[in-house]
Design a protein around this ligand. Sequence first.
Ligand SMILES: Cc1cc2nc3c(=O)[nH]c(=O)nc-3n(C[C@H](O)[C@H](O)[C@H](O)COP(=O)(O)OP(=O)(O)OC[C@H]3O[C@@H](n4cnc5c(N)ncnc54)[C@H](O)[C@@H]3O)c2cc1C
Ligand SMILES: *[C@@H]1O[C@H](CO)[C@@H](O)[C@H](O)[C@H]1NC(C)=O
Ligand SMILES: *[C@@H]1O[C@H](CO)[C@@H](O)[C@H](O)[C@H]1NC(C)=O
Ligand SMILES: *[C@@H]1O[C@H](CO)[C@@H](O)[C@H](O)[C@H]1NC(C)=O
Ligand SMILES: *[C@@H]1O[C@H](CO)[C@@H](O)[C@H](O)[C@H]1NC(C)=O
Ligand SMILES: *[C@@H]1O[C@H](CO)[C@@H](O)[C@H](O)[C@H]1NC(C)=O
Ligand SMILES: *[C@@H]1O[C@H](CO)[C@@H](O)[C@H](O)[C@H]1NC(C)=O
Ligand SMILES: *[C@@H]1O[C@H](CO)[C@@H](O)[C@H](O)[C@H]1NC(C)=O
Ligand SMILES: *[C@@H]1O[C@H](CO)[C@@H](O)[C@H](O)[C@H]1NC(C)=O
Ligand SMILES: *[C@@H]1O[C@H](CO)[C@@H](O)[C@H](O)[C@H]1NC(C)=O
Ligand SMILES: *[C@@H]1O[C@H](CO)[C@@H](O)[C@H](O)[C@H]1NC(C)=O
Ligand SMILES: *[C@@H]1O[C@H](CO)[C@@H](O)[C@H](O)[C@H]1NC(C)=O
Length: 591
Amino acid sequence: MHLNFASILFILGCTISTCFSKIFETTDALPLEYDFVVVGGGTAGNVIANRLTENSAVSVLVLEAGGLNENNLNLVVPSFCTRNLLPNSPVDWNYTTTPMPGLNNRSVAYPRGFVLGGSSSINFMLYTRGSSEDWDRYAAITGDPGWSWEHLQSYIRKNERFEQPVDHHNTTGQFDPKVHGFHGINTVSLTGFPWPINERVIQTTAEKPDQFPFNVDMNSGNELGIGYPQWTIKDGARSSSATSYLAPKFLQRHNLQVLLNARVTRLLSRGKSFHGVEFTVRGSTFQVTAKKEVILSAGSINTPQILMLSGIGDSSKLFSLGIQPVHHLPAVGKNLSDHPVLPLSWLVNSTDTLDTAARNATLLAEQLKQWNDTRTGPLVDGVFTHIGWFRLPHNSSIFKEFSDPSAGPNSPHMELIPENGNVRPPTPPTGNFLVLPAVVVSPLSRGEITLNSSDLLGHPIINPNFLDSDFDLFAMKEAVKAARDFISAAAWNGYIISATNNATTDAELEFFIRNSTAAIYHPVGTAAMSPKGASWGVVDPDLRVKGVEGIRVVDASIFPIIPAAHTQAPTYIVAERAADLIKAAWEGQMY
Ligand SMILES: Cc1cc2nc3c(=O)[nH]c(=O)nc-3n(C[C@H](O)[C@H](O)[C@H](O)COP(=O)(O)OP(=O)(O)OC[C@H]3O[C@@H](n4cnc5c(N)ncnc54)[C@H](O)[C@@H]3O)c2cc1C
Ligand SMILES: *[C@@H]1O[C@H](CO)[C@@H](O)[C@H](O)[C@H]1NC(C)=O
Ligand SMILES: *[C@@H]1O[C@H](CO)[C@@H](O)[C@H](O)[C@H]1NC(C)=O
Ligand SMILES: *[C@@H]1O[C@H](CO)[C@@H](O)[C@H](O)[C@H]1NC(C)=O
Ligand SMILES: *[C@@H]1O[C@H](CO)[C@@H](O)[C@H](O)[C@H]1NC(C)=O
Ligand SMILES: *[C@@H]1O[C@H](CO)[C@@H](O)[C@H](O)[C@H]1NC(C)=O
Ligand SMILES: *[C@@H]1O[C@H](CO)[C@@H](O)[C@H](O)[C@H]1NC(C)=O
Ligand SMILES: *[C@@H]1O[C@H](CO)[C@@H](O)[C@H](O)[C@H]1NC(C)=O
Ligand SMILES: *[C@@H]1O[C@H](CO)[C@@H](O)[C@H](O)[C@H]1NC(C)=O
Ligand SMILES: *[C@@H]1O[C@H](CO)[C@@H](O)[C@H](O)[C@H]1NC(C)=O
Ligand SMILES: *[C@@H]1O[C@H](CO)[C@@H](O)[C@H](O)[C@H]1NC(C)=O
Ligand SMILES: *[C@@H]1O[C@H](CO)[C@@H](O)[C@H](O)[C@H]1NC(C)=O
């Protein structure tokens, strides 16, 4: 295979910044083959690229459809993260879901990072690992004890580099150092500027300890309760897979190359043996050979799309779209799961909320100057003050109809994530708010990703099917009640002025929930792991695509069930273990 380098932006052996402007104009046809080709320079893909190139004898090419993650303050300033949700963001794939019956036939926006670092470059930076039971369930489902909480501890630590927050406040009692890694690659830190409502939240846990217990560290494996958020933030700025796993010292490796604006259209095979990928750069089509494996890390939406465009999926459906089937694997794109989120808000008796600066350009400019000059101040964190995880009571009536979908008795069904202000677009023109987004973290609804056509550059059809299951609706109603119980604590007296929604009866609550629920952007399950030899699922426990050779999937699509977690840390953990699985598979032949 050969690649024509004309007009290709090519990054090689130097920092991203210095190479960004280096556009190779040569028309020489250069041989182009690598040991591994990674499709997608996102959260997981950059981990694989980094770890495999630790061995200088191994060559890796990363093909990323988006551009550079630099020169865009919205990707760097933590507090600006919600701006990445604005329509027409240049770093978004601009997806929208289908109309969903569970949401009164509404479609919702479905952002995905279209930039180096993928969704880790645009996400809200919460670092949550899930419960130990989540991981032990993956081990049980796949039959591979390597996916258990205990076994994954070394991979958690390879990823995590726990650091001091920028305000250097006394963090004793806000996390448990015993459960953290301090020598990994991706920085994790506590909040670096004090939120004015911290005392009220903590007082609520003291007032209502049965319902809202304080949890000193929800990343210990025991997730339940309310505690301080941990963020993928380093020195007051976002830490993404691009800033960490592709830091300049790693990009200097001669055996690691990253090509931006390179959109993979399909994987190339002879029969069921895959050996390379086809991609486009500014309208021209190229091919590159993977001598060992193609690693598909395009995320839960694009990974199943690329598999199907490459002939791997439900053969009869592919055939009817005019795509030559290569391998019948009907689970591709199925079982899409995500967390539905309902933003609940209250008007508050304070101007010390994020709403104030969001409406005052002068104040915001002062805050940005402080951030720019010293990396301190109110912009150094994401928008959540705390995170809380809760269970339905064991005698809840819903368990007569559904068996408990949580991973176990110490895993949550619901989550509340306090925000000191309403700064998600569209922001209200007046008022100061407390927002408690309510999330169902053990949903039973399952959706799917399907192809709209054989168009290699078209959008897939995305249907998360939110609130299809009555369990999810029930849990959301309970989450609304829990949020109201939360703010009814004396700690909030004189602070809460009024609710922005008072739905009370069952019917009112159902209408409100179906009318206002949105996505939290945690899609998983579309290339799910299952035991080796299983008749369902897409990948084996070692992440190889079932029934074909030469492709592994390493991204959030491989979770067979959604974890009770924001999904970036779980994705990093999967990618760290995947890198070791790949190294082990080729041991002796190159290591
Ligand atoms: C707005 C938002 C907020 C979020 N907030 C949080 C949070 O606070 N905490 C948390 O834990 N999680 C959060 N998440 C979820 C989390 O970021 C994702 O689950 C995780 O980053 C997914 O990683 P991934 O590797 O599977 O995919 P991604 O990181 O999305 O990587 C996929 C990469 O592949 C590239 N790609 C796709 N198709 C192609 C193609 N055809 N050719 C070449 N490249 C391609 C993409 O451009 C992208 O760079 C959020 C997500 C979003 C969108
Ligand atoms: C999303 O829309 C923005 C604004 O039009 C654009 O810059 C960007 O390239 C689009 N993303 C993709 C993947 O086309
Ligand atoms: C949603 O759409 C379906 C199919 O078009 C229709 O039957 C149903 O009545 C609609 N539901 C609502 C709440 O509008
Ligand atoms: C930090 O706080 C803890 C308990 O709140 C206290 O015991 C400890 O002395 C404090 N450390 C410093 C350096 O002030
Ligand atoms: C969806 O996942 C479940 C396990 O959670 C599995 O039993 C089922 O077969 C999957 N469905 C498809 C279509 O793969
Ligand atoms: C906006 O912020 C500036 C700087 O803090 C302040 O002087 C000004 O009064 C504020 N404007 C309004 C309308 O509150
Ligand atoms: C940030 O600081 C740099 C110099 O370090 C300056 O060039 C730039 O204008 C500043 N930006 C803002 C928004 O203050
Ligand atoms: C569940 O048990 C508690 C006491 O433990 C009781 O107060 C409550 O009414 C019970 N709820 C249901 C639905 O039975
Ligand atoms: C599917 O294709 C049709 C016809 O080209 C188009 O009108 C429609 O918008 C597409 N749907 C999606 C989800 O892109
Ligand atoms: C707002 O707070 C002030 C004290 O800070 C108090 O006097 C006033 O009553 C509060 N207003 C409301 C509506 O609670
Ligand atoms: C909710 O009820 C409170 C108290 O009766 C009232 O002040 C508030 O305006 C109501 N909110 C809405 C949106 O109706
Ligand atoms: C339904 O949603 C619309 C659009 O967000 C909103 O204007 C309206 O107030 C909502 N109605 C209820 C009852 O939640």
